[in-house]
Ligand binder design. Structure first.
Ligand code: LLP
Length: 443
C-alpha cells in the first residue's frame, strides 16, 4: 500500500511485508519474535549520503557513528566497512568495537564521567581521540599521559548555550547541562589554558552536541558559528589553532507522518557553509568538520517484528492488542512518549479498518508501544511490524520481568544473517549466584 512507501518497504504477492528483499513473516518464523530486523542497504545509503556530501563540498571530514544508538560486533564491522569513524561512550562500547576489529585510530571516546580505568583503556588501544568533558578529566588525561609518556589527541566538549528540541531551539547565555565546558562563562577558556602546549596531550579542537531528533538546520548553524568564533578567538588569545570542529549528532528522522525530516545532506551543507564563510572572512584555516550521527544512520533501517497475542476491549474507549515484547525491547514510548507507525506484516493487502492500542507484555500499565493505530482486523499469531526502531531500541533494552532480550537479524538483497542471538533462560541466570548464608538461629 501507499502508506509504506516512505519506508521503502514493499509487499510480495502473498501480501507480506518485505524488508531488504526478505519476507518478514518468514523471518519471524525462522528466528522467532520479538525480532529486530535491520536493512543493511539503508544504513549504507545513509552513511554514503553523509560522507558523499562532505566529499562533494571538498572538506576533510569524519562521520563518526554514535554507537549508543545500536552497538554490536556486526554493527561495528558494518560501520568500518562503510568508512565511518566511531563514537563510543563507555569501556563496554570501546571493548566491543575493539573486539569487532574496528580501527582504533578512528574511535572517539565520549562521556561526562569516564573512569580512570576507561581512560587507561583508551591509551592502551591508542584510540583516535578522547573528547574531554570536564576539569577532573583534564587532570586524569594529563597524568595518565605523563605517567606513560604517551601522546593523546583530545577534543574539548563545549556547551554553546543552544538547546535544540525536535521542532524548535533556544539560545541561552548558559545552558543547564551536565555535559561539557560552558562556552560563555570562561570555563572553555580555562580548559584550553590548562591544556595548551602540554607535552603529550594535543587539543585538536572543539566538540558540541546540541540535542537529538532535531529538524532545524538553524540550530546547527548557530552552534557551528559559536564554535568557530571561539576557535578564531583562541588563535589570538592563546596562539592555539584548532584543526577539528565536531558538531555532534542529532539529525532527525521520520517515525510517523508527523515528522518531516530534511535530507541529511542539507544539514551538512549548512554547517560547512557557515564554517567556510567565517574561516575565509577571518583568514582562519578551514578546520576538518566531524559529525556524529546515531539515529539518522540506523533508526529507519530497523523494524521490530512481534507476534500478536491477547486483546482486550474497554468498551467505547479502546481495544488493546498485546504483543510478545514491549518496553523491555523499546522503552521509548514509555520514556519519551515516542510515536511509531506499524503494519500487520502478514496482512499488508487488507484494509486498515480497525483501531488499536498496541500493548506490551510487561507488568506495567504504561507499557504501550503505540497509543492509536489503524490496522486490519488482527488475530493471535499475526505479525506486527513496528517501523523505525533501529536507534535506541535494542541498545536500551532490558531484562525487566526477566524477559530475554530479542534476537537481531541483518538483511540485504534477499539475504539474512543472525547478528545477535536471542537470549535464553540460561543466559538470564549467567550472573546469578545461590544464596549461601545460613538461617539465623535467633528466630
Ligand atoms: N554525539 C553525542 C555526544 C551524543 O550525546 C549523541 C546522543 C549523539 C552524538 C547521537 O545523537 P543522534 O544522532 O542519535 O540523535 N535515548 C534517546 C536519545 C539520546 C541521545 C543521546 N546522545 C532517544 O531514544 O531518543
Amino acid at each position: 500500500g501507499a502508506h509504506l512507501n516512505f519506508y521503502g518497504s514493499m509487499s510480495n504477492d502473498q501480501g507480506h511485508l518485505k524488508i531488504g528483499g526478505v519476507d518478514a513473516v518468514e523471518l519471524a518464523e525462522t528466528y522467532g519474535t520479538p525480532l529486530f530486523v535491520y536493512d543493511v542497504s539503508l544504513i549504507r545509503e545513509r552513511a554514503r549520503g553523509f560522507l558523499g556530501t562532505f566529499e562533494k563540498m571538498g572538506v576533510n571530514a569524519q562521520v563518526a557513528y554514535a554507537s549508543k544508538a545500536f552497538s554490536s560486533v556486526a554493527m561495528y564491522q558494518l560501520a568500518a566497512q562503510e568508512g565511518l569513524s566511531l563514537d563510543v561512550v563507555s569501556g563496554g562500547e570501546l571493548y566491543t568495537a575493539l573486539k569487532a576489529g574496528f580501527p582504533a585510530e578512528k574511535i572517539h571516546f565520549h562521556g561526562n564521567n569516564k573512569s580512570p580505568a576507561e581512560i587507561e583503556m583508551a591509551f592502551d588501544a591508542k584510540i583516535g581521540c578522547i573528547v574531554i568533558d570536564n576539569f577532573y578529566e583534564i587532570g586524569l588525561v594529563k597524568s595518565i599521559a605523563e605517567s606513560r609518556s604517551q601522546e593523546m589527541h583530545v577534543l574539548l566538549r563545549v556547551t554553546p548555550g543552544i538547546e535544540a528540541h525536535t521542532h524548535d531551539y533556544i539560545t541561552t547565555g548558559q545552558e543547564d547541562s551536565k555535559f561539557g565546558f560552558d562556552l560563555k562563562n570562561g570555563q572553555a577558556d580555562e580548559a584550553i589554558q590548562q591544556l595548551s602546549e602540554h607535552r603529550y596531550v594535543r587539543v585538536l579542537g572543539l566538540h558540541c552536541h546540541i540535542g537529538s531528533q532535531i529538524f532545524e538546520t538553524i540550530a546547527f548553524k548557530f552552534a557551528a558559528e559559536a564554535l568557530i568564533q571561539k576557535m578564531i578567538q583562541w588563535k589570538d588569545t592563546y596562539a592555539h589553532t584548532s584543526t577539528v570542529l565536531n558538531l555532534g549528532g542529532g539529525f532527525g528522522i521520520r517515525y510517523t507522518d508527523e515528522d518531516q525530516p530534511l535530507n541529511p545532506s542539507v544539514y551538512v551543507e549548512e554547517m560547512v557553509g557557515i564554517v567556510r564563510k567565517l574561516s575565509e572572512e577571518s583568514g582562519y584555516p578551514l578546520p576538518e568538520i566531524w559529525i556524529e550521527p546515531g539515529r539518522s544512520l540506523v533508526g529507519d533501517a530497523g523494524t521490530t517484528l512481534y507476534t500478536v497475542g491477547s486483546n482486550k476491549t474497554v468498551p467505547s474507549v479502546r481495544e488493546y492488542l498485546a504483543v510478545d515484547g514491549g518496553m523491555s525491547d523499546n522503552i521509548r514510548p514509555a520514556l519519551y512518549g515516542a510515536k511509531y507507525d506499524a503494519v500487520l506484516a502478514n496482512k499488508l493487502d487488507e484494509p486498515r479498518s480497525f483501531n488499536y492500542t498496541i500493548a506490551g507484555k510487561c507488568c506495567e500499565s504504561g507499557d504501550k508501544l503505540i497509543d492509536r493505530i489503524s490496522l486490519p482486523e488482527a488475530s493471535p499469531g499475526d505479525i506486527l511490524a513496528i517501523f523505525c526502531t533501529g536507534a535506541y531500541g535494542y541498545s536500551m533494552a532490558s531484562n525487566y520481568n526477566r524477559l530475554p532480550r530479542p534476537a537481531v537479524v541483518f538483511v540485504e538483497d534477499g539475504k539474512h544473517q543472525l547478528v545477535i542471538r536471542r537470549e535464553t533462560y540460561e543466559d538470564l541466570l549467567l550472573n546469578d549466584l545461590p544464596f549461601t548464608m545460613t538461617e539465623r538461629g535467633d528466630r
